[in-house]
Design a protein around this ligand. Structure first.
Ligand code: SAM
Length: 216
């Protein structure tokens, strides 16, 4: 799951993870975070998700992080945002319309880039990564975020031996281990296999989607 893997997926248009509508779980559960609506939200590994737009329309300045410049350029063009690109250290940054989209490696982020962040939306970020990278991903997040952050996290949990990732299975016990010391609440838990015909056709027997509210 290195940079080349993801860049090639974007180049070939193999972006089955990208949804043509806003995630209903975001709309349903985001209000459970204790936010006034003006706090900056980090969306790690953001792709060109429409959820970025929803968060912005909810009032939040949105900081996205994404390796693939083509994803961010597509997001800009598809929503006519006229973002302005500059270079900031190792990152190219597209700014405007309340967005700050950092193009580069999430693992190279520095604390000052996230100094304003109060909340995080993780959909298809943690579960995009294999186990050893997941530990680094969460360690990086926890070391960079200012105290008092809250997060909405969406995971999938299925028998990993029935299918290779991504998306990877991240069982509840792993979420609790990764975010040990934080407050963790499961907001929603549903078997969504019936909605994922491809997974079912690969022989998968259960596919549980969970939504967590995690606070530091
Ligand atoms: C499964 S996709 C999910 C995208 C988005 N969260 C969504 O819901 O549509 C994972 C994204 O993370 C990006 N990515 C993977 N590794 C990354 C890294 N180290 N730094 C920044 N972006 C990364 C990939 O290019 C890809 O767009």
């Amino acid at each position: 799951m290195d940079a080349t893997f993801w860049q090639e997926r974007w180049q070939r248009g193999e972006i089955g993870f990208h949804k043509a509508s806003i995630n209903p779980l975001l709309q349903q559960w985001w209000p459970r975070l204790s936010l006034s609506g003006t706090e900056s939200v980090l969306v790690p590994l953001c792709g060109k998700s429409l959820d970025l737009l929803w968060l912005r329309q909810a009032g939040h300045p949105v900081i996205g992080v994404e390796l693939a410049r083509s994803a961010l350029e597509a997001f800009d063009a598809e929503h006519q945002l006229a973002l302005e690109w500059t270079q900031q250290g190792d990152f190219s940054v597209a700014r405007g319309a309340g967005f700050e989209l950092l193009c580069g490696d999430y693992f190279a982020l520095q604390a000052e880039q996230l100094a304003a962040v109060s909340a995080v939306y993780d959909r298809a970020a943690l579960i995009a990564l294999p186990p050893s990278m997941r530990e680094r991903y969460v360690a990086q997040l926890r070391s960079l975020l200012p105290d008092g952050w809250q997060m909405l996290l969406v995971t999938l949990d299925y028998p990993q031996e029935q299918r290779p990732g991504p998306p990877f299975s991240v069982p509840d016990a792993e979420v609790r281990a990764l975010y040990q010391g934080c407050q963790i609440e499961v907001l929603d838990e549903q078997d969504v296999l019936a909605d994922h015909a491809v997974f079912a056709s690969q022989g998968m027997q259960s596919l549980v989607e969970r939504v967590y509210l995690i606070s530091a």
